[in-house]
Design a protein around this ligand. Structure first.
Ligand SMILES: Cc1cc2nc3c(=O)[nH]c(=O)nc-3n(C[C@H](O)[C@H](O)[C@H](O)COP(=O)(O)O)c2cc1C
Ligand SMILES: [Fe+2]
Ligand SMILES: [Fe+2]
Length: 400
């Protein structure tokens, strides 16, 4: 075992013992150009507690860090705030290494862990199920639990250390970044990374986010630190991240037009650029994103802010282009709110893309600003002028 593994004391008796995934570039399908981390924390009190575990390939690393501070067999509690495998897949090995540990999780957490690990020792685990408001004293410190159903899984839970006013929020308030720093105030641009994370993971759960903010107020919780399981810790006015979540959950948009498209022989691209010209000429902020050259996780974040979205697709084999189909499927699940859509594209003979995209958008509950524009093969000046006019109309719509 590596004896030089760094642990970081984040507060009196509380240590970061997780792992940094420097080379992570894809987190279950979405791009993570800055890497990621799985944060776990060791609390040394009369009872010794581990909050969450890491993704399985990093188990030895976590165990090495824990061992710098305490013999892992001395651990009394292992809190599992979330069943998803980035936080639980080293639980079977950790329970072996800490034979006297009690596993603490929500009722839905217990069920979820059974469905993952019933062939990996689950039956032997000593499990204590907790619900919102339940407390466990570990000596000078007290853990209080808050179930956060569908933030973002049914089993999700937060652990609040009352005396220290530290919230272990697991996935909520995280960011996918790999850094040697552990605190938000030591790293540039964390709020942007937190928004990318929100857009791609939490966007469908705006109602739950607002409910959560309300519950925290009712419970009168105050925070000295908000400690997510991914990325860095919020310690400078930590409520800022909850306020941002509330703002994002309210789906406030900016007067911005986002043009998302793909193209085979660049006819649809010419249309996209003329629409861009039209929007620009009206003095409105506009972005142009080809689906094959841009991270979808980034496009999705920009989509969150935009009040108008234009989607362009050529016709391929009677239907929309496959990246456009994939993107529609992705955003349908994320359910972005407060936007108007417009569809355009080039075709050769029967067409089908523009109608297909419109049908898909309407069926997904999105609003279309006006009937889409199809151009046969190359867009000539007449078509280009139409695109610029549309751009102007989209610009005034974005300002409304
Ligand atoms: C492999 C392939 C399949 C196509 N299938 C159709 C089709 O089924 N129906 C149609 O109207 N056009 C079809 N087209 C024609 C394109 O839609 C047309 O070339 C269009 O101008 C392409 O726009 P783009 O330059 O933005 O890619 C096809 C083109 C290619 C290359
Ligand atoms: Fe998760
Ligand atoms: Fe996670």
């Amino acid at each position: 075992m590596d004896n030089d593994l760094q642990t970081v004391q984040i507060s009196e008796g509380i240590y970061w013992v997780g792992a940094i995934d420097w080379n992570l570039r894809d987190f279950h399908g979405y791009e993570t150009p800055k890497g990621g981390s799985y944060n776990t924390y060791l609390i040394i009190d009369e009872k010794i507690t581990l909050i969450d575990t890491v993704k399985a390939p990093f188990f030895e690393e976590m165990l090495g860090r824990i061992s710098q501070i305490v013999d892992p067999s001395k651990i009394d509690y292992i809190v599992s705030n979330h069943v998803e495998m980035d936080h639980s897949s080293s639980l079977p090995a950790m329970m072996e290494a800490s034979p006297k540990a009690k596993l603490v999780c929500s009722a839905k957490g217990k069920k979820g862990l059974y469905e993952h690990y019933r062939e990996m020792g689950f039956e032997k685990w000593d499990i204590q199920v907790v619900k919102t408001g339940d407390e466990i004293s570990i000596g000078k410190k007290t853990m209080q639990f808050i179930e956060v159903v569908m933030l973002h899984w049914p089993d999700s839970m937060h652990t609040y250390l009352k005396e220290d006013r530290i919230l272990f929020s697991n996935d909520a308030f995280g960011q996918h970044i790999a850094t040697s720093e552990r605190f938000e105030d030591q790293v540039e641009g964390v709020m942007e990374d937190a928004q990318i994370y929100y857009a791609n993971i939490l966007m469908p759960f705006g109602k739950q986010v607002l409910g959560y903010a309300e519950k925290v107020k009712q419970m009168g919780l105050k925070f000295d630190m908000i400690v997510p399981a991914h990325g860095v810790i919020w310690r400078k006015e930590p409520e800022r991240i909850i306020e941002s979540y509330v703002k994002w959950a309210n789906a406030e948009t900016k007067p911005q037009v986002l043009i998302v498209y793909d193209t085979m022989w660049n006819s649809t691209e010419i249309m996209a650029k003329e629409i861009l010209e039209g929007v620009q000429s009206a003095g409105v902020d506009v972005k142009l994103r080809n689906l094959r050259n841009n991270d979808w996780s980034k496009i999705t974040t920009e989509l969150m802010d935009a009040s108008v979205v234009a989607i362009g697709s050529p016709t391929l084999n009677n239907g929309m282009f496959f990246t456009v189909a994939g993107f529609l499927s992705y955003i349908k699940g994320l359910r972005p709110k407060n936007k108007k859509f417009f569809v355009f594209g080039s075709y050769g003979w029967g067409g089908g893309a523009v109608k297909g995209v419109e049908k898909e958008l309407i069926e997904s509950g999105f609003e279309i600003s006006e009937p889409g524009l199809q151009v046969n093969f190359r867009p000539f000046e007449e078509d280009r002028a139409k695109c610029r006019e549309i751009g102007k109309r989209l610009a005034s719509l974005a300002k409304e």
